[in-house]
Design a protein around this ligand. Structure first.
Ligand code: SF4
Ligand code: SF4
Ligand code: SF4
Ligand code: SF4
Ligand code: SF4
Ligand code: SF4
Length: 407
């Protein structure tokens, strides 16, 4: 794909031709790296969120201009260096087409034309998109905390009111008491029996025993017992403490379903299935976007390395618990292993691995919706080429992969 400005661009790079436009720049803006191409009529920006980027390298294979290279994936993802992102985009080679934005499974890239998010490749030629399937069946969901806790991508939005027991009384800034369940509480006082002794009100903030002014005319304690349902926990302390046994408290549960909603934030979800596998009510359906296989040859790992486990965005890699010596039977214990149930075949571990031929990744399919264009078919062939890590770098600071087979 060559747009007219790229011809100028090439000449400009070669120092043969100094044109005013296009102008290019690349700058850091907080966690973002912003690539800019300024044309006479408009400005294009490709923005990489260096914190969200996992170094999976899918954009490297997807870019039709070969404008993206892998950087020091392991070191940057582990936080050993903070001056470089896991990938580097050549702002002068980029045609600002948006293919990488569509193909990034972690939503780490954004393309803006004159400040507005756009995807020129879809507008001009058409391009398929990931067919994301990650949903929660609200009927089955009991609003527990499991999916929120297991999700490695902060992709669960658990919007459930705090349990009423957390109410701290009339404290400045305290949230009003929320009901965990829909219920109806009734409180009755047998006025014939009640002596207005005030004990119940002294013990419970939901009750006020109001005495009328004491006057010699009646010579009696008179008044009312006032009860506030919103403050009552139906604990029945009042019932127990009443010396006249005149209070009745009853609580009826109208619905035992907790209020609120639990949702999956589609932009954050990487389809790892941690939530779907662990949901106690099988309320979650997630289908992975990549099909294929991954193999670890951990016997080749240099001692002490656990880079892949640290950087895996799906929390799929683990250090196996050592077996007792008596159970070993002369086997060599693996130092690292993958749980394939959670692996999304993103490739970040392959790119971060400092060893050679240790992790082998083979994708066989990609779930997409929309017409598969010729450009997409080429990208798919590259993404489905088996790959493994390589020790030697052709360009210092640039990760290379060993491609096994043909794209
Ligand atoms: Fe980073 Fe992967 Fe997204 Fe590229 S595709 S920006 S490497 S997360
Ligand atoms: Fe490559 Fe297009 Fe992304 Fe630029 S916008 S880096 S040309 S895929
Ligand atoms: Fe719990 Fe499942 Fe609902 Fe998540 S979807 S809150 S794991 S019941
Ligand atoms: Fe989170 Fe994985 Fe579930 Fe997506 S599939 S919501 S990333 S646990
Ligand atoms: Fe990605 Fe799977 Fe490797 Fe984790 S184990 S980094 S999910 S390819
Ligand atoms: Fe380190 Fe690679 Fe072994 Fe993972 S597979 S522990 S990154 S050498």
């Amino acid at each position: 794909m060559e747009y007219p400005w790229q011809v100028c661009n090439k000449k400009q790079r070669e120092g043969e031709y100094m044109a005013l436009f296009p102008k290019f720049s690349k700058k850091k803006d907080g966690v973002n790296v912003v690539m800019e191409q300024r044309l006479l009529q408009n400005t294009n920006n490709l923005i990489l969120n260096a914190e969200t980027c996992t170094g999976c390298g899918i954009c490297v294979d997807a870019c039709p201009e070969e404008a993206i290279v892998l950087g020091l994936v392991g070191a940057s993802r582990r936080g050993a260096i903070n001056y470089a992102a896991p990938i580097d985009v050549d702002e002068t080679k980029c045609s600002y087409c948006g293919v990488c934005v569509i193909m990034c499974p972690f939503n780490a890239l954004t393309l803006k034309v004159d400040g507005k998010e756009r995807l020129p490749i879809i507008e001009k030629e058409g391009f398929p998109q990931y067919d994301m399937k990650a949903e929660i069946n609200d009927e089955k969901c009991v609003k527990c905390t499991t999916c929120e806790e297991v999700c490695p991508r902060d992709a669960i939005d658990r919007n459930v009111p705090a349990y009423e027991g957390t109410y701290k009384g009339p404290v400045a800034g305290a949230k009003p008491k929320a009901g965990a369940m829909k219920k109806k509480t009734t409180f009755t006082v047998d006025k014939e029996k009640c002596s207005l002794c005030g004990l119940c009100g002294a013990l419970c903030p939901a009750i006020v025993v109001k005495h009328k002014e004491f006057t010699a005319e009646s010579g009696k304690v008179e008044g009312d017992v006032i009860w506030d349902e919103t403050k009552c926990d139906a604990c029945k302390v009042c019932v127990e403490v009443c010396p006249e046994e005149c209070i009745t408290v009853e609580r009826e549960i109208i619905s035992d379903k907790i209020d609120g909603k639990v949702d999956i934030i589609q932009d954050n979800c990487c389809t790892c299935r941690w939530c779907a596998i662990n949901c106690p009510t099988e309320a979650i359906t997630v289908e992975k976007i990549f099909e294929g296989d991954i193999e670890f040859h951990a016997e080749k790992c240099p001692g002490g390395c656990s880079t892949c486990a640290e950087i895996c965005p799906a929390n799929a890699i683990y250090l196996p618990t050592p077996k007792p010596a008596a159970d070993m039977k002369h086997e060599i214990e693996p130092t690292i292993a993958v749980n394939k149930d959670f692996c999304i075949l993103c490739g970040a571990c392959v790119n971060a691995c400092p060893g050679e031929d240790i992790i082998v990744l083979k994708r066989t399919g990609i779930r997409m919706k929309g017409t598969e264009t010729d450009l997409f078919k080429k990208i798919k062939a590259k993404l489905c080429t088996t790959r493994t890590s390589k020790v030697k770098e052709d360009v210092p600071g640039q990760v290379n992969l060993k491609v096994m087979g043909k794209a």
